[in-house]
Design a binder for this molecule. Structure first.
Ligand SMILES: Nc1ncnc2c1ncn2[C@@H]1O[C@H](COP(=O)(O)OP(=O)(O)O)[C@@H](O)[C@H]1O
Ligand SMILES: [Mg+2]
Length: 419
C-alpha cells in the first residue's frame, strides 16, 4: 500500500515511523516533510495547504491512504475535497473540523451536550467584551475564536491586561478575521492532560493519555510554546479515572456527534483540565497533538495503518489497540530564542551516535547538500520508552551527543509533575 502523510513536523515523523513498521505499507510519501521524514519516506515538495496539488499527486501516484497531520488543511476541507474524487483519506471533514477551527463552535457543542467545560461568553465587538469582563473573576481567559497558530489564548491576571488583550484582537486585529469573535472564559485551576482518540464514524477509541510541557523554562517558567516535552501516560489516568472520563465526557461526545449529524472519522484530541479529580474539556483538536504524538505512538504495539483503514471502514475494535505497558518520555530541543525570535540554518551534529533505544523525531530540520540544518523553533524531539526513571536518564544522556548552535531544552521533563 502507498501512503501520503501531509505535514512537516515531529508529529508527522512519528506517524511515518509507526507506518513504516506496518507490513501492509510499501511506500510512504510526505508533503512537504522535513530532514527526518526523508529517511523513511519520500518528501514531496507540496505545501500542506495546497489541496489541489495534493489531490493531483494522490491520483497520479495511486495513493491508497492519505493521512493529514496539521489542522489547517482539515479546517480548509481537504477531506471533503479528497472524498469527492473517491480518494481514501483519514481525517474529519470540514464540518467536524470546526470543533477546532472555531472555539465558539466548540464551546456551543460542549454546552449543548452537557460536557463539563469552563463557563464562557462570546463577544462580537470590543465594547461589549470590555463590558462583559465584570461577569468574570480574575484571572480569566480570553480566546480569539479561530486558528491563530496556537497563539490565540491569553490568561489575564487583571483588568488592564484583559482590556489590552481585547484591544489587540478587536481593534489592532492581530489575528485578522480569526479574531472577529472572542470568548471570555472562567479560569480553571487544575492539572492539564491530553487524551488523543481514534474515531471511527462517531465511535471513540481512546489512546493512552499524555501530558505535555508548554512553558519554555524549567519548573514551568517563561512564555508558552507549542510544547517542549511530554510523557505518557499521565499518572492521573487510573482505571477509575478512565471510567469517569468515559461516562462524563466520551459518551457525551459520541452522542453529540450523532446529534450534530456528524460522521466523524479521524483523530480527536481532547484537551482536559482536571480540577479536584473532575475532568473539564478545555478544547478539542481534530488531529494528533505535537509533541503528544511523539510519546504516545512509540508505545503503540498495533499496526497504525490497519487501525486507520479499519476506522475508515467502520471495522475498528477496542481490542485492536495494544499498548506497551512501559511509559515514554520525550524532550524537545529548541532553537535559542524560541518561542520569540530565533535563527535557523545551523548545522546539527551527533545524531549518528544516538543509542538505538532512543528515538529522535525531527520537528524543524532540513537537509541541504548532505548537511542537516535547523529549520524551526522546535528542532528535534528525543524520546525513549522504558521505566520512567531509566527513560528520563537515557534521553538526557543521549541529548548530550547532539549539538547545534544555540540549542536549548528543559532539564526537568518527566521529573516534575505540575499542579
Ligand atoms: N479555562 C481555562 N483555564 C485555565 N487555563 C486555560 C483555560 N483555557 C485555556 N487554558 C490554558 O491555555 C492553553 C491554550 O488554550 P487552548 O484552549 O488549548 O487553546 P490553543 O491550544 O488553541 O491555544 C491551555 O493548554 C491551557 O494551559
Ligand atoms: Mg491547546
Amino acid at each position: 500500500m502507498k501512503v501520503l502523510v501531509v505535514g512537516s513536523g515531529g508529529r508527522e515523523h512519528a506517524i511515518i515511523k509507526k507506518l513504516s513498521e506496518s507490513e501492509m505499507v510499501d511506500k510512504i510519501y510526505c508533503a512537504p516533510g522535513n530532514g527526518g521524514t526523508l529517511e523513511l519516506a519520500e518528501n514531496v515538495d507540496i505545501d500542506s495547504l495546497d489541496i489541489d496539488r495534493l489531490k493531483e499527486f494522490s491520483i497520479d501516484n495511486n495513493i491508497d491512504l492519505t493521512i493529514v497531520g496539521p489542522e489547517d488543511p482539515l479546517a480548509k476541507g481537504i477531506v471533503d475535497e479528497f472524498k469527492k474524487e473517491k480518494l481514501v483519506i483519514f481525517g474529519p471533514d470540514f464540518k467536524c473540523a470546526q470543533l477546532e477551527a472555531s472555539k465558539n463552535y466548540c464551546k456551543k457543542f460542549l454546552i449543548d451536550n452537557d460536557i463539563p467545560t469552563a463557563r464562557y461568553k462570546t463577544y462580537f465587538n470590543y465594547e461589549e467584551a470590555v463590558a462583559g469582563l465584570k461577569d468574570f473573576l480574575f484571572p480569566l481567559v480570553i480566546k480569539a475564536d479561530g486558528l491563530c497558530l496556537g497563539k490565540g489564548v491569553t490568561i489575564c491576571n487583571d483588568k488592564e491586561e484583559a482590556v489590552e488583550t481585547l484591544k489587540s484582537i478587536f481593534i489592532d486585529k492581530i489575528f485578522g478575521s480569526q479574531g472577529e469573535k472572542v470568548i471570555i472564559e472562567e479560569y480553571l485551576d487544575g492539572i492539564e492532560a491530553s487524551l488523543m482518540c481514534f474515531v471511527s464514524h462517531n465511535k471513540i477509541y481512546p489512546m493512552e493519555s499524555a501530558k505535555d510541557y508548554k512553558k519554555i523554562y524549567d519548573n514551568d517558567f517563561g512564555p508558552n510554546t507549542g510544547g517542549v516535552g511530554a510523557y505518557s501516560p499521565s499518572p492521573l489516568f487510573t482505571d477509575e479515572f478512565k471510567k469517569k472520563i468515559y461516562d462524563n465526557i466520551i459518551k457525551k461526545i459520541e452522542k453529540g456527534f450523532e446529534e450534530y449529524d456528524f460522521d466523524y472519522t479521524g483523530i480527536l484530541f481532547i484537551g482536559l483540565m482536571i480540577c479536584n479529580s473532575i475532568p473539564y474539556v478545555l478544547e478539542f483538536n481534530v488531529r494528533f497533538g505535537d509533541p503528544e504524538t511523539e510519546v504516545v505512538l512509540p508505545r503503540l504495539k498495533s499496526d497504525l495503518f490497519k487501525i486507520m483503514i479499519d476506522a475508515i471502514d467502520g471495522k475498528l475494535e477496542a481490542k485492536s489497540l495494544v499498548w506497551n505497558e512501559r511509559p515514554s518520555v520525550a524532550v524537545v530541543l529548541t532553537s535559542g530564542g524560541y518561542p520569540k525570535e530565533y535563527e535557523k540554518g545551523y548545522e546539527i551534529t551527533g545524531l549518528e551516535k544516538i543509542d538505538k533505544d532512543v528515538y529522535v523525531f525531527h520537528n524543524g530540520t532540513k537537509r541541504v547538500n548532505g548537511k542537516l540544518l535547523t529549520n524551526g523553533g522546535r528542532v528535534l524531539t528525543v524520546g525513549c520508552v522504558d521505566d520512567m526513571n531509566k527513560a528520563i536518564e537515557k534521553v538526557y544522556e543521549e541529548i548530550k551527543k547532539i549539538n547545534f548552535n544555540k540549542m536549548q531544552y528543559r532539564k526537568d521533563i518527566g521529573r516534575t509533575f505540575f499542579l
